[in-house]
Structure formats: C-alpha cells, structure tokens
Design a protein around this ligand. Structure first.
Ligand SMILES: Cc1cc2nc3c(=O)[nH]c(=O)nc-3n(C[C@H](O)[C@H](O)[C@H](O)COP(=O)(O)O)c2cc1C
Length: 207
C-alpha cells in the first residue's frame, strides 16, 4: 500500500445516508471481513473494548418506525412533515445495521475516553473498509437511534454507542460538498514546553 493509495482511501471515505442505499444486500462474508478489520484497531493495554451486533430481521422496519415516532413527538408538523414521517418509517429498509457496543474493561482501569477513542479507531477501520468495497456508510449516534439502543440486549456495564449504517449506494448518488479546515489551522509545531505547574495527566496504569 502506497502513501498515495491510503491518502486517497481516507479522503474518499464519506457519509452516505440510508436513503441512498440500494436494495443490494451485503453478504455475511463481506460483513465479517469488514468487522474483522475493526479488530485490528489499536487499544491501550489490548483491552479491545467493543463488540458489534448485526441487527437483522424486524430491526430494519422497527428502527425506521421508532425514528419516525420519536421525531413526530419531538418536532412540530412544520419541522417534521407528514411526508418525512412516512419516509422515515422505511428509512433503514435497505441498511445493514451494525450496533456498536462499548465493553469497558474493568481490570485495565483505563480512563473511559481512551476506550471510546479505541472504539472510534475500530469504527474508522470499518468505515475505510466500506469505502474500499464501494459500500456507503455512516455512524448514527442521533438521539432517536441512541434511544432505540434500549431494545438491544446488553450485558452489565455495556454501553450502546449507536448504529453503523452500511449499504451499497444507488446508482448516481451525488455527494454533497465536503469541506475541511486547512492544515495550517489544525497543525502547529511547538518548540518549548511550558515548565510551570506541570502535573502528569491522563496516565493509564502502565503509563
Ligand atoms: C462519532 C460520530 C457520530 C456521528 N453521528 C452522526 C449522526 O448521528 N447523524 C449524522 O447524520 N451523522 C453522524 N456522523 C457523521 C458525521 O456527520 C460526518 O462524518 C461528518 O458530517 C463529515 O462528513 P463525511 O463523513 O462525509 O466526511 C457521525 C460521525 C461520527 C464520527
């Protein structure tokens, strides 16, 4: 893999919403190969604090209906029209729904942010894998989707972190404008440490 190839893949990764998914199914083998790549994400102390569940069967229909009712309650009819309500009911019909579940590792005693950061690395691996396979995808952590998580069986201490939507895009789907702030705003080079009041922060149990 060349630097140019990985840079291209990273920049081609994008959000594709479920309205733009065709009815072409993602095979079990492909789902497994994609999720296998998540397992290779880095984790502090090798905690691997995740598990993923493919929500099948009635979930596609139920999730859409749940979202529609949720937003019906939350918004006025002007904000969330009858048409949108009806369309939302079948929003996820073509989506492969991957529940992202956080399994904190009790023994490692890591700060939670490190564990969530690790899961996010795993999800990025999944997202990039989808891009390489021409599968559209996005991570949905919306208020309605998080509420839907109550319908998913979790073990003690586990936390539901939303649903990763996947599907083959319909032909001719257009990408909206995708922008990023310039590198000069986000990267700087520091030559000197601040010496006063240096307190070690964010140290894990093995430093
Ligand atoms: C942790 C996380 C949660 C996200 N949750 C949502 C969401 O709930 N709804 C949504 O429309 N997009 C969600 N996104 C997708 C972002 O909106 C999207 O990545 C961003 O607009 C940049 O667009 P791009 O993915 O095409 O580069 C989420 C992304 C991340 C990383």
């Amino acid at each position: 893999m060349t630097f140019e190839a990985i840079s291209k893949l990273i920049k081609e990764r994008k959000t594709t919403y479920a309205n733009d998914f065709s009815d072409k199914k993602i095979s079990k083998e492909t789902i497994e190969a994609i999720v296998e790549n998540a397992l290779w994400a880095p984790t502090h102390m090798h905690t691997q604090p995740w598990r993923f569940v493919v929500l099948e069967g009635s979930h596609q229909q139920e999730l859409g209906e749940f979202m529609a009712s949720y937003y019906r309650e939350m918004y006025t009819e002007k904000q969330f029209s009858k048409e949108r309500y009806e369309a939302t009911k079948s929003y996820s019909k073509n989506a492969t729904l991957l529940a992202v579940i956080f399994q904190p590792n009790k023994k490692a005693k890591l700060p939670e942010w490190e564990e969530i950061a690790a899961i996010s690395c795993g999800v990025q691996n999944i997202w990039l894998s989808c891009t390489a396979l021409y599968i559209g995808a996005y991570w949905d952590t919306s208020i309605a989707t998080i509420a839907y998580g109550k319908r998913i069986e979790l073990m003690e201490n586990e936390q539901f972190l939303g649903i990763f939507f996947m599907g083959y895009p319909k032909v001719g789907v257009k990408t909206g404008i995708r922008k990023r702030k310039s590198l000069s705003k986000k990267l700087s080079f520091s030559h000197k440490a601040i010496t006063k009041d240096v307190v070690p922060r964010c140290l894990g149990s093995n430093g």
